[in-house]
Design a protein around this ligand. Structure first.
Ligand SMILES: NC(=O)c1ccc[n+]([C@@H]2O[C@H](COP(=O)([O-])OP(=O)(O)OC[C@H]3O[C@@H](n4cnc5c(N)ncnc54)[C@H](OP(=O)(O)O)[C@@H]3O)[C@@H](O)[C@H]2O)c1
Length: 253
């Protein structure tokens, strides 16, 4: 498969490496000048491409950039991309990092990104932490394999997205349409809680839309006390306890 990835940060670089290692042809871009991008791409097993070229002649395009950076992309970036190309968004919105975006009062995060890009999207790879994504993948059928949520309006694109998640070592659970993707946004029980497929399905069901933003911000405050790498298990436990409690439930393994 030919895959173009915008963003080579924490998540984009793991995606590029996993897909390249699995035998796919991967192109990446970021904000660097070409000589530096080429070094980064080579290390990932990918090809360096400009923003315009990374979306050309590919089967899948993955946007993995800071939420506030999408509006700076060229407005016609996806104009000539065929409709059967699967476009995936990994992004999450954190107001303290991304600023106030009033449209998010009545749109899901990926519906907003979809309107910025002018294209329907599939939301995937957003509700998993970098550490989990890098270290906790398992082969299909592995015991208690972790599942991630997939949302979007096109069933074929969601199927393709689930196959991509499988390559990276994770099951998927269908959240529903893109307008339902608030169920997998930060602050919900599905967000970065390392659940298997059965648990994730329940977590998506018990989410309460208006509780999530406050819970997201409370968890972020608490996280200041933790080291993202060394305290990983404590962070998962914190995400589970605070997000489930916020919807009147208790996480039980
Ligand atoms: N970190 C996590 O655990 C995690 C988990 C799931 C989802 N997410 C979400 O996924 C997205 C990416 O997260 P991340 O942690 O990987 O971010 P990150 O480490 O900050 O990396 C962001 C990447 O986006 C690139 N970028 C910024 N503007 C760009 C543009 N206009 N064109 C092309 N590339 C551009 C940056 O380029 P440079 O390298 O040149 O700066 C960088 O490579 C975010 O929305 C985040 O909320 C993060």
């Amino acid at each position: 498969m030919n895959i173009g990835i915008l963003g080579t940060g924490a998540i984009g670089s793991i995606l590029a490496r996993k897909f390249a290692n699995a035998g796919n042809s991967v192109k990446v871009t970021n904000t660097r000048e070409m000589p530096e991008l080429k070094k980064i791409a080579e290390d990932l097993g990918a090809e360096a491409a400009s923003t315009q070229d990374v979306v050309k002649d590919v089967d899948v395009i993955i946007f993995s950039m800071p939420f506030s950076a999408y509006k700076n992309l060229p407005k016609d970036l996806l104009k000539d991309v065929p409709k059967d190309v699967v476009i995936i968004d990994t992004s999450n919105y954190y107001p303290m990092r991304d600023g106030d975006i009033p449209e998010l009062n009545d749109k899901t995060e990926s519906d907003y990104i979809s309107s910025v890009l002018g294209r329907p999207l599939t939301k995937l790879f957003n509700n998993i932490m970098e550490y989990t994504f890098k270290n906790k993948g398992k082969a299909s059928g592995g015991k208690d394999r972790i599942a991630i949520a997939v949302a979007g309006d096109n069933p074929e694109h969601k199927k393709a997205a689930s196959q991509l998640a499988d390559i990276t070592g994770f099951d998927t659970v269908d959240t529903g349409n893109l307008s339902d993707s608030w169920r997998q946004q930060p602050g919900t029980p599905a967000y970065c809680t390392e659940l298997n497929a059965a648990e994730l399905k329940k977590a998506l069901d018990i989410a309460v839309r208006n509780k999530a933003p406050e819970t997201r911000d409370k968890i972020m405050d608490k996280l200041q006390e933790y080291d993202l790498q060394q305290d990983h298990d404590k962070i998962v436990a914190l995400n589970r306890s605070m997000s489930y409690e916020s919807v009147g439930q208790e996480y039980k393994a």
